[in-house]
Structure formats: C-alpha cells, structure tokens
Design a binder for this molecule. Structure first.
Ligand code: GLN
Length: 192
C-alpha cells in the first residue's frame, strides 16, 4: 500500500486523507521536511494558495517540496493545490510563488469572478464525475508535455491536467462521495 502525504499547512486536509484511505492508500499529514521525506507521493489540498505559499516558506518547506517534485515524486493538487503545482500563475498576489512542476499557466480565482462556487458533471479521464468548484482557478494554457484530462462546460476551460507523475484539478473531488479521482492518483503512484 503506498503511503501518500497530504500537505497539512492549510486547507481541507482531512477530506483528502479520508478519500486516499478509501482509495487504498495510507494517508499521513505532512508539515515538515522529515515528514515529506517519508512519503511516496503527496496531495496538495484545496484552501488558499497565498496562505499555503507563505506557510510553506515559514516552515522551510518550499525548497524541499520543489526538490521532491523535481526528483519525480508523484503529486496531486486540487484547486489551491493546482495553483501550487503550476509553473506560472496569473492573478496571484504580489510575489506569490508556487512549487511548480506542471508546464502550465493557471489563472487564480478565474471562475470566482463569475460565480463563487458551482457543481458540475464532467468527463475526467474518460469517466463522468460529479465535481465541486469553489473560487476555482482554470488552466489558461499548457505546454506540449501536458495531457488535458478534463474540461468544464461553461467556456470549455481546462480544469484537469496531468504531466508525468503530476496531476492537478481545479475542482474538489474530496468534497464529493466519489473516490475515482483519488483512485486514479493512487493508481498513478502504484505504476510509477
Ligand atoms: N482561490 C483559492 C486560491 O487562490 C483557491 C480556492 C480553493 O482551493 N477552493 O488559492
């Protein structure tokens, strides 16, 4: 059984941990570099990317996170976590940094300007899943190595992507009863 950490600086950590357990992984909270060293893979939860970034710096986690992603650790980011995995962001706050790893531009609070939150059924990697969006980002553009796994009907925006061992969604599967996105990630971790 893979051990998958949930970055527990801020955000909906418990919900992800529960979904990971249901999907067949051992879930542990990760706050410090030694805890990061001990996991096979990492989930970066939804929450607030600006706060997560500042706490990552305060806890001396930003460089270790960048290093492990660079070394090929599988990671999955939902919503704020998607922002954290983006190489480039739009509409961040002054100086906002990310972990990076996925060659994409993510626009922060993109849907939030239109409507704060909504639910929608959409195709994720060929399966129909129910999704929840909360002040969600969308993916503005992707590089050649990024696979688009899902789009959202209003505007046909990219909302789910994969680049090698990295997965990101604009939405929050951890807030639904549907474990398929987490199962997809756990399968990725097993294969890599
Ligand atoms: N708007 C938040 C951010 O910028 C993301 C919202 C969420 O994770 N639900 O990080």
């Amino acid at each position: 059984m893979p051990t998958i950490g949930v970055l527990a600086l801020q955000g909906d950590v418990r919900e992800h941990a529960r979904m990971l357990q249901e999907a067949g992984a051992t879930a542990v909270a990760v706050r410090r570099p030694a805890e990061l060293d001990a996991v096979d893979a990492l989930v970066i939860p939804g929450g607030e990317s600006t706060t997560m970034w500042k706490l990552a710096e305060t806890f001396d986690m930003l460089q270790p996170l960048r290093m492990r992603v660079k070394e090929g650790m599988p990671a999955y980011g939902s919503c704020a976590g998607m922002i954290m995995l983006a190489d480039r962001i739009e509409d961040g706050i002054a100086g906002q940094q990310t972990i990076g790893g996925i060659d994409m531009v993510v626009r922060r609070n993109a849907f939030g300007r239109q409507v704060d939150s909504f639910e929608e059924d959409l195709d994720f990697a060929g399966e129909r899943v129910h999704t929840v969006f909360i002040r969600a980002p969308w993916v503005e553009s992707v590089g050649a190595d990024v696979e688009v796994l899902g789009r959202c009907e209003p505007g046909d925006r990219i909302v789910a992507v994969r680049q090698g061992p990295l997965l990101a969604t604009s939405f929050h599967p951890e807030l639904t009863g549907d474990t398929r996105v987490h199962r997809y990630f756990v399968d990725m971790v097993r294969e890599l």
